[in-house]
Structures are given as C-alpha cells and as structure tokens.
Write a protein that binds this ligand. Structure first.
Ligand code: GDP
Length: 597
C-alpha cells in the first residue's frame, strides 16, 4: 500500500538568528481543542500532524488550492549546518525541505550565505523565515497569531519599516540568484522563494510558515514522498549512544517503509556492515508522563516513515553516525543490504598509501560530503575516517609532508583535535584545518596552499640565478679599473644580471663574479636587457681575462636551469627565455645536459 509520508524538514541559518527558538516554539505549539491532536516528540525529531496545521491555519489553507494529504511535517530537532551535512540518505540530503532562518534586522550573515550554498548544492527546496519582526520599531505584538493578522494591527510606520527590511532581503537574495518575495505575493512557488515574516519568540507567522511548507511539499514533492508503507524500513543514524538499561542504542530517522520490532537491521560500522536483531524500538515518553527519569522511553511494536526512533540491539557499539540503516526480512535481503552498506562505507572510509590529505569528520554522512568536495577540487585523499583528529592522523600527514608538503595536512569537519595530536602538529608544523562548514574549511586549506606556493616561489626566486648576456663597451674609455675588482661599462643584451652572479666567456670559461652594479651614483640590485651600467667583476683582469667589446654570459647551473624551466616558467619573460637558450648553447660545448634543455 502506498502512502505519502511526512516531509523531513531541516532548519538552517546564522547563529543567534533564532533557529532553536523557532523549533522550540513549534514544539510547544498548543492547539486549543484537544481533538486536533498534539505535536509528537520523536527521537531527534518533532512531528506536527496535519490536523494541527489545519487548525492553526484556518483560512490560510486557501493559499493552496487543492487538499493537503500529507500526514504532517517532521522537523529534525538539531538545527544548523552540521546536522544538515551529516544527515544523508541515498547520496543526497535526508531533509526533503529546509527553513532558512534570517534575522530580518541583521540580514545576511556569513552562515546565512553558507546555508544558501549548502541548500543549493544539495538542491534542497527551502523557504525563508524572516525572524524577529517583533523588534521592528513600533511593532505591536499579537502573540501566537498569523503574520497576516499581526500586520493588520500595525501603524503605517511599522508596516513601512517591515517593507523596507523585506526589500533589503529580497535584494540580497537576488544577488545570490534567487527571485524572492513575501509569501503572500508569490505567484509561482516553483520559481520564487517565499519569505515568511515571523517572530519565533512570540509565535507570530508560524501558522503561515507551517502551511507554506506543507503546501510546498504536497504540491512539489508528492512523488518523492510516496512510499510503500509496508516495505522494509530505511533510515539514517543520527547518533550512537549509551542508554541506561539498553546498552548502546542508535537514534535513527526512518525515511522509508516500516520498521518492526522483530526486524533484522543492517547498519554501517567503521569497516564492516553490522547485522543485528532489534531488541526494542523506543520512543520518548510524553514529558508529563515521566515519573522516573530512568524510564524515559515507551516501547513500540512498529514505526512507519517518516519518524525518529531509538533502536536498542546488540553489537551497535561500532555503528557509525550518519550511516544507513536497512531493515531486512530474509537471508537474501541481508546479503544485499550488507553489500550496499559495505560499498557505501568503502566509498567513504578511505585508507590508502597515496600522497594526499588526511580527512576526518564526525559522521559518515559528513565525511562523504567533505571527501566529495575535496575530490571535486582534485585534492587527493590518503585517508578519510570518522572520529576526532588523533596523533596517528598527524603522524600520517607528516609522512605525506616528506613527499609533498602541500598535502601534509589534516582536514576535519565538526571534529575535535586531541591534545596530543595538537601538540605534535605544532611541533612538526602540520597544519590542521577544522570547522563546521565544508566550504569554509576547504577555502582555508586552499588559501594556505596558495600562501605556501608563494612562499616557496619567493624562496626559489632567491635561490635561482637567471640567465643574462652582456657586452663590454668596445671603447677603452669605459674600462674604469682593470682589476681587483675590474670595473667596466656594459650593456645588458638579453636577460638580467644581479650582484653575486658568476660570469663566463663565450667558450664557457668562468671569468669572475659580479660584485656590484652601478648606474650613475646608484647601486642596483638588478640590470635588465637594454640597461647600460658599470659593473665590478671580482676575479677578472681586463686585458688578460676579459676584453673591451667582449660578450659574457651569466654562468647559471643545471639546477638553476631546471628550476627556471619547471617551477619559475611563469616569471620568465621573452628576453629571459632568449638568454636561457643562448646560455644553453654556450654550456652545451662542455656538458651535453644543456643540449637537451
Ligand atoms: P540560534 O542560534 O539560531 O538557534 O538562535 P536562538 O534561537 O538561540 O536565538 C538567539 C537569541 O535570539 C535568543 O536570545 C532568543 O531569545 C532571541 N530570539 C529568537 N527569536 C526571536 C524573536 O523572534 N524575537 C526576539 N526579540 N528575539 C528572538
């Protein structure tokens, strides 16, 4: 039998913009009449049944032509990027829809932008809750009422102020490629992003927000939400935790099928698929029924998607947060599920001896997302695993560093750095990049790589001699001193010369080292093609080693040539290249290496 399940909804947004307050408010929604049924607390999630929404919404439902057949909405209790990134299902996000909370008075903030990027990346449809409208100057709060009721009570000034702030938001969204509008002015919900002005604190606008999400899900996600209720359950592990009286349990969001008390489940462990038989399905007792905190759960016989449930079963100690849970009812299915899970784990938990970065994340879902992002940027991965950053990780990065310094790093999402790991990383100069936004972590790493490359280039530049060809003026008048050191007037024909560069003759014979370069009264650090300067040459005697009118070359080494060609190519200009070619010809008389250059 097919049914439409509740859409799973995630809440994202900048810190302090009101995500938690909004979720709390939704959780505590009271509906006057008891028969409307209440909000149900799940494990890790909150369900708002459709009756509640209908009751709250009243005439607002006419926003949606056609009936809403969804059974309700399931909100994931943990807001923010971390949860959203970790909770994956079938390679995408577990959340079907999202609410982006923006403080209307503060507008876009860094995590607002990150949230938009994440939602875009996962192609998760979302609505915007423009929160804290009660802070608008002169706003008269009508608690627990729709926005459209509130707006009627405001004077012109407050309405105007709200409009101005909304326009600012709409403008910002436009910059990010979204056509946004106040929800009641949206013509086409497929093309326009709906903004609901709310006050999480006073419950303003929440009815509209709920109706809007329900309507959007009904209208645009119906196919995705249609499930075979009786089919075996599929879910994602939110968390693995110890529970008094039950041992290790897993908190799971079920997004497909029905999970039964006597089912066998297959879940992902670090390096294996764990097959285990369910001991109990647990859901939280309503708060007012908890008399003894040791008995916080009720046991149930079965649960259908979408739902959050705690599963007690043996052998869950090594289960991984973020990994899939697949219920099975036959031997054949066990093997299939094991294979599927193993494949997924193997594609995410990586252990190689490649030269690449070390990646850590808190759940298998976020690890998958982080690794994918790195791979898309062509950053090779040596190891990817779930857990905090340990000393072993740093040691492994250290061994990579010896081969390729730019990959000798540890990159972590939503994980801690163990103390001993931190110590050794400091001592051995292994950078660790951690954070709770994948894009930001990778950006930090890339910025570091860029800075390192520039630093290395600077070092290389300082170490490397550039080629140069000079000619002594033929006229004896430009021989200013014949020896100790010889000082002569020259013109740079190609390339460049610097103090400290050795010179050689056309037959490859070394004739001394440039001590200084002078133009009029100034000492120069460099002279380039076309410059006419006086140079002091230590070790050369005019008349014996060098002669007026003679052409001399900078005597560069093989290493110089290799670095110039390989690593510094982009700093060479036309005349440098010409000088290098001519110099190679001179050097090739004695060393065949140069003919191959
Ligand atoms: P989160 O970090 O996004 O989860 O934000 P919180 O829900 O913790 O809220 C941050 C602060 O803003 C708290 O002090 C809330 O009381 C306050 N806050 C949240 N929503 C509203 C609102 O609608 N109006 C007002 N005035 N304050 C709010």
């Amino acid at each position: 039998m097919k049914k439409i399940r509740q859409p799973i909804i995630a809440v994202l947004g900048h810190v302090d913009h009101g995500k938690t307050t909004m979720l709390d408010r939704i959780r505590n929604t009271r509906v006057a009449e008891k028969e409307a049924g209440g909000i149900t607390q799940h494990i890790g999630a909150t369900e708002v049944p459709i009756e509640v929404i209908k009751k709250l919404a009243g005439p607002l439902l006419s926003l949606w032509k056609g009936e809403i057949k969804l059974p309700g909405l399931l909100f994931i209790d943990t807001p923010g990027h971390e949860a959203f990134t970790s909770l994956r299902a079938r390679g995408g996000s577990l959340a079907d829809l999202a609410i982006l909370v923006v403080d209307i008075n503060e507008g876009f903030q860094p995590q607002t932008i990150e949230s938009i990027e994440i939602l875009r990346k996962y192609r998760t449809p979302f609505v915007v809750a423009a929160n804290k409208i009660d802070r608008i100057k002169g706003w008269k709060v009508v608690e627990n009422e729709p926005f459209l009721v509130n707006i009627k009570r405001q004077d012109q000034r407050a309405v105007q102020e709200l409009e101005t702030k909304l326009w600012e938001l709409i403008g910002k969204f436009y910059e990010f490629g979204f056509q946004a509008n106040r929800f009641d002015r949206v013509q086409d919900f497929r093309r326009e992003l709906a903004i609901v002005p709310i006050s999480a604190k006073y419950g303003i606008g929440l009815p509209e927000l709920l109706v809007l999400i329900a309507g959007l899900a009904q209208k645009y996600l119906e196919e995705k939400l249609k499930i075979e209720v009786e089919g075996p359950a599929r879910g994602t592990i939110l968390e693995v935790r110890e529970e008094v009286g039950f041992g290790t349990t897993i908190d799971v969001i079920i997004y497909d099928g029905t999970l039964r008390k006597d089912d066998i489940i297959v879940v992902g462990g670090r390096d294996k698929a764990i097959v285990t038989k369910i001991r109990a399905l647990l859901k939280p007792k309503p708060l007012d029924e908890i008399r003894d905190p040791r008995y916080r759960f009720d046991q149930v016989d079965e649960v259908s998607a979408a739902a959050g449930i705690k599963i007690a079963a043996p052998n869950l100690e090594e289960a991984l947060a973020g990994s899939p849970v697949i219920a099975v009812r036959s031997e054949e299915e066990i093997e299939k599920a094991k294979k599927e899970i193993l494949e997924q784990i193997k594609s995410v938990i990586i252990s190689t001896d490649k030269v690449g970065v070390i990646v850590k994340a808190d759940t298998i879902g976020s690890l998958e997302a982080l690794s994918k992002e790195l791979q898309e940027k062509n950053i090779p991965i040596r190891k990817a695993d779930v857990g905090n950053i340990s000393k072993t990780d740093v040691m492994e990065a250290l061994s990579v560093k010896e081969e390729e310094p730019l990959y000798g790093v540890v990159i972590g999402f939503n994980v801690k750095v163990n103390e001993d790991a931190e110590e050794i990383a400091k001592a051995k100069n292994i950078p660790i990049f951690v954070g709770n936004v994948i894009y930001k972590i990778i950006e930090d790493y890339e910025a570091w790589v860029k800075a390192e490359k520039e630093k290395k280039k600077k070092e290389l530049l300082a170490q490397t001699k550039f080629p140069g060809i000079i000619r002594l003026f033929p006229d004896e008048r430009y021989i200013f001193r014949r020896s100790h050191p010889a000082i002569v007037g020259i013109e740079v024909l190609e390339g460049r010369i610097k103090p400290g560069y050795p010179l050689m003759k056309q037959n490859g014979e070394r004739v001394g080292v440039i001590k200084s370069i002078k133009s009029k009264d100034d000492f120069l650090q460099e002279a380039k093609k076309g410059d006419q300067v006086a140079i002091a040459i230590e070790g050369a005697i005019v008349g014996r080693h060098i002669h007026p009118g003679e052409i001399l070359y900078v005597d560069i080494s093989r290493d110089d040539a290799i670095r110039l060609v390989k690593e510094l190519r982009d700093v060479l200009d036309e005349t440098d290249i010409k000088a290098l070619k001519e110099t190679a010809k001179v050097k090739a008389q004695k060393d065949p290496f140069w003919s191959a250059l």
